[in-house]
Write a protein that binds this ligand. Sequence first.
Ligand code: NAP
Length: 279
Amino acid sequence: MKIGIVGLGLIGGSLGLDFRAAGHWVGGVSRQQATCDFAIAQGVADAAGSDFELLRDAEVVFVCTPLGVMQQTTQALIPFLKAETILTDVGSVKASVVESLEPLWPRFIGGHPMAGKEVAGIQAAQAHLFVDRPYVLTPSSNTPGDIKAVLIELIQTLGSKYYECSPAQHDRAVAWISHLPVMVSASLIAACQQEPETSSLALAQALASSGFRDTSRVGGGNSELGRMMAQYNRDELLRSIQFYRQSLGQIEMAIEQNRWDDLETFLSQTHQDRTNFVD
Ligand code: NAP
């Protein structure tokens, strides 16, 4: 199959590596010549450049740019696509992306490969990034039936677990497990950094180990992506932050009032509930 990737960064580059390894032809389009040269050298794409002309024969095109430029990028891409081409995106937010891209192309379906790293750019692209990770498609009532089957087959070649839901359901779920954790983790780092006593701050920084590494990981990642998550999934993120405030408030109150049994009950419940989300 001839696959096009627009935006050769962490996600676009990682898709390119896996699709090529599965025997597909991959054409990559990115703004910078250095990105394209790197993509060719690393085996991310068979051909890469800044001209959409490169994707004339593509059967499926993945838009992998930052969320904020997906609409304008897709508008620029569309005159180069043949009528049968399937268009999809990899954006971390779905309702706003589907709303803006679906009217542009009749053979569009929203998607989200749910794997990532703290680092961005083509240099961070990695083979097998999506193995055993969820890959969500968000078809709407307008989505032509045949295009889902083609994408599911490609998702299977990545080794991902396929899920399907509406864009709104997707955005509510990822607010909980992806966007809220970024903000909680970032606020943890910011709070620690506020320690006014310099010697205590220096000691805390020196002693920080695996627990802090785990809890600060997503808050110390790609700031542009964090901004986009909040900007494009604003209402769902705000909703989850309200619930989070309540939980933190419960913990704070129990500690303030020396209600140690209540605190232990709370923590033993979260110990159990964690397995509902991760192994
Ligand atoms: P990234 O590493 O920064 O890659 C994006 C690429 O898009 C850049 O390398 C850039 O290459 C290109 N690009 C084209 N137009 C651009 C513009 N106007 N501004 C900036 N870059 C532009 O980002 P990513 O992490 O792969 O994320 C890409 C998409 O995947 C986003 O929509 C995000 O929501 C989604 N996503 C991210 C993750 C994650 O954890 N990182 C996970 C799942 C989905 P050139 O400079 O060569 O143009």
